[in-house]
Write a protein that binds this ligand. Sequence first.
Ligand SMILES: [Zn+2]
Length: 280
Amino acid sequence: MLLGGEVKGELARIQPARACCRRAELIGLLHGSGGDRLQTLDHATARTAVHLASSLRIRVEAPRAASRGGSRTRRHLTVRVERDELGAWRWSDAPACDRRSFLRGVLLGSGSISFTASGPHVEFVLRTADAATTLRVRLAELGVRAGLTARRGHDVVYLKGLDEIVALLGLMGANRGVLELETQRVGRDVRSRVNRLLNAEEANLGRTVRAADRQLVAIDRLEREGTLARLTPSLRETAAMRRRMPDADLDALASAVGVSRSAVNHRLRRLVELAREGAG
Ligand SMILES: [Zn+2]
């Protein structure tokens, strides 16, 4: 089973070769806070921010652990970047490589990926409504549909459905994550198809057994009433074979008797009818 942390780890390890992409990713990392600092619980993400800033010769403060709200909260790492040195950056002017890098930064800085029994879930928790709306629009521009909601004072952008999540991870370059998800999807499709077949098989089996029970009851009655001995040889032969093979389906019975499936079916129906007539 794939873990959200593994996918984020894969994303954190991507090191863009071009400076334009590194800058876009750093801006994405800061997008969630809407300011000059990244707050994260994840050490790899904090390291990524420091690496990106250093490689661009932008001043950055080493990650500091800050515990907020007492001992029950996990410790956040804060990375402060000299925002002015980043300069102006506009999504609308950014080439595709930078847009993808920006989104990767947002996911690393403010996003989480989880895999539940009902499927994968991706969400971004953002500090401001503006940051949330902007992110949603940008995702839509790249063909990824996202929902918007508020939770405990935070604005949350979320992705539902495997297709959207596979599309997003593909854009960001999480190739191993995409591969795992596709494999899981194939696995799940195959499993549900197998389950459907098994259920249908069971239903068929139930029908066969119920029909066989009716035939056996009919044959017993015909015998008790002395009718069985007076029937045609073909009916008697079929009755005898049904008794010898109480669980057999029509095909097995037909080949045992040496006639067609429909002939056996016809004879069995006739036996059930005759028993009903005798009873009536
Ligand atoms: Zn670029």
